[in-house]
Structures are given as structure tokens and as C-alpha cells.
Design a protein. Structure first.
Length: 245
């Protein structure tokens, strides 16, 4: 009885964690450049272990939580310094002594002519140096599909560079649609991705899909709790019978 009870408990805990993941996805449906997380499950006991050690009863747990980097929908803003990536890649930015990658292309030019993110981080060029737009204040800013920046139709010599990474599984979320690149992977500039001015990329959350997953997860959670309760009731009955005997 005990092994079955703990099997149901492990299932309930896993579904509770999945519910928290779905809730976080849904909370970020309006976050620019947000990428949803997806959970995969696994059985704790494999093959013959299930029969030998688990007496036919298995235990579930979350195998991993992975980021879904699929493209989000583009939203037109008409703002000169809003840019979206159409295709693979990330903007490379630097702040607080760290380098980050992001799909959020909502930028501005500060009083020193530096191109910044909403978090006041520097946007980097192909050489991983801050992009400087001297004299940009009051001028019409045009950014072409390759990321080249012109001021009043005069090329500035500056470019918003898109970077790809050798292994996207090495990208770790750092909050605010930011990612840090872990050891074992590298980044490199790419010229095959299109930049679209006057647009921002929305989150890749599909509300209907998330709601469906939430309902299914809640049902599985409730089922696990019901099984656990039934095992508890059976254990109580066994104890009563043992007392009578």
C-alpha cells in the first residue's frame, strides 16, 4: 500500500510543478520577447526495476524544463527604435557587468548617444561593443533589414547585430526576457536574419493551448490526490482489521 501511495504523491507533486510552470507562462503572455517553458516528465524506475523494486508501481518526476524558442507574433508599433527579429537569433546586450541575449527590441538613445534597452543596458554591435549614435537626438532614425542605422537618411556606420548561439539549450533565463549563455556554447554574428523596424515580437504563448494544458494538468492532479486518499482509506481499514484480529 505504501508504494502505491507514494506513487500517487509523486504524480501529484509533478503536476503541481507543471501547474506553476503553466501559470508563469500565462502571466507573461503580454511580455515582449518572452519564451514559454515546457515541462517533460519521466518515470523514476526503468524496465525491470519497476517490477523488482517498485512491485509494478512506478513514480513520476519532472525530467527537465526546457525553453521553447519558437517565433512569437510581431506587433506593429510604428516607433523608430522598436525592432523585431524575424527568424532565429538574439540581440546581444550588456549590463551590470554581464552579457545577455534577448528578443526584446524596444530600445532608446540616451543623452550620451548610446543605444539602450528599457533596463538601461547597452545594445552591442557585431564586435560586442556598445552602439553609439552621436547626434541622433531629433533626427529621423531608419534601420534596414540588415540592422544598419541611418540618421536623416545618412548612414551612421552603426549596426544592430543579430547573434545566434551554437547550442540554445545552454541559454538560461535571467528574467525580463533576458538569457545568459552558459559554458559549453558560443555566440556568433549572423547576417541571414531579418530585422523589422517599427515592430516588437510578442510572447510565443498561446492562451487557448495553455488553458487546455492547465485543465488537463488539474484533472491529473485531482486524480492523483483521489488515488492517494483511497490508499489512505485502505490502510486505515487494514489497521482496523488487524486490531480486531
Amino acid at each position: 500500500m505504501v508504494s502505491g501511495k507514494y506513487s500517487a504523491l509523486s504524480g501529484a507533486v509533478s503536476r503541481e510543478q507543471a501547474m506553476a510552470n503553466i501559470s508563469n507562462n500565462m502571466a507573461n503572455i503580454d511580455t515582449t520577447g518572452f519564451k514559454k517553458d515546457r515541462i517533460s516528465f519521466e518515470a523514476l524506475l526503468k524496465g525491470s526495476q519497476q517490477m523488482a523494486n517498485g512491485r509494478g508501481i512506478n513514480y513520476s518526476r519532472i525530467r527537465k524544463i526546457g525553453v521553447d524558442f519558437s517565433q512569437g507574433p510581431l506587433r506593429e508599433t510604428g516607433r523608430d527604435l522598436d525592432v523585431a527579429i524575424s527568424g532565429k537569433g538574439f540581440f546581444k546586450i550588456r549590463g551590470n557587468g554581464e552579457t545577455f541575449f534577448s528578443r526584446n527590441g524596444s530600445f532608446y538613445v540616451d543623452n550620451n548617444g548610446l543605444l539602450k534597452t528599457a533596463d538601461n543596458f547597452d545594445v552591442l554591435d557585431g564586435s560586442s561593443q556598445p552602439i553609439q549614435l552621436a547626434g541622433a537626438q531629433g533626427k529621423k532614425i531608419h534601420i534596414d533589414e540588415a540592422g544598419n542605422i541611418s540618421l536623416d537618411n545618412i548612414p551612421s556606420g552603426q549596426k544592430i547585430q543579430v547573434f545566434t548561439v551554437s547550442d540554445q539549450t545552454k541559454l538560461e533565463k535571467a528574467g525580463n526576457s533576458l538569457f545568459t549563455l552558459q559554458k559549453g556554447a558560443t555566440s556568433q554574428p549572423t547576417d541571414t536574419t531579418v530585422i523589422i523596424q517599427g515592430n516588437l515580437e510578442g510572447s510565443n504563448i498561446n492562451m487557448v493551448e495553455e488553458m487546455t494544458m492547465m485543465i488537463n494538468t488539474q484533472r491529473r492532479f485531482d486524480a492523483c490526490l483521489k488515488v492517494e486518499k483511497n490508499y489512505s482509506n485502505l490502510s486505515e481499514r487494514q489497521n482496523e482489521l488487524g486490531t480486531v484480529a
